[in-house]
Design a protein around this ligand. Structure first.
Ligand SMILES: [Zn+2]
Length: 138
């Protein structure tokens, strides 16, 4: 593995640890109710709706945090197996600058862009439909 020096790797480990602690701190408070049940008796409809919105946002945030924690865990396991910092698509070293911005990145910038623009199923479906339309003269 040539891409990352030991120093760079250490920096990224520290960065991921800090990120994980930050997420855990925020996710921990998101789990507990903001208002105690006994204080909720005199809410009018608007307030109830607000509360539901907050709840929904909280759920979305929690999912987001869990995803981030899973990404961090996956990155750590790649570190253990010596595959960290190597693009899973083209097997090239991912630039340190990119890893600093996204310590959990699995792909180099080029492959990530390709991956995001590909949208596998949707693209295939569109292609199939286009082919079907072309090959069936009506
Ligand atoms: Zn790549």
């Amino acid at each position: 593995m040539e891409g990352l020096t030991k120093e760079e790797l250490t920096k990224l480990v520290v960065q991921m640890d800090a990120e994980e602690m930050r997420i855990r701190a925020v996710a921990g408070t998101a789990d507990s109710p903001v208002v105690a049940p006994t204080q909720r008796e005199h809410l009018d409809e608007g307030e109830v709706a607000d509360e539901k919105t907050v709840q929904r946002q909280g759920d979305a945030m929690l999912k987001h945090y869990r995803r981030q924690l899973a990404d961090i865990e996956a990155a750590r396991s790649r570190m253990r197996s010596g595959q960290y910092g190597v693009c899973i698509d083209c097997q090239q070293a991912i630039p340190f600058a990119r890893l600093q911005a996204y310590p959990t990145a699995m792909r180099c910038t080029a492959c990530q862009n390709l991956h995001e623009h590909r949208h596998p199923r949707q693209a295939q479906e569109t292609l199939r439909q286009a082919c079907a339309e072309l090959s069936s003269p009506s």
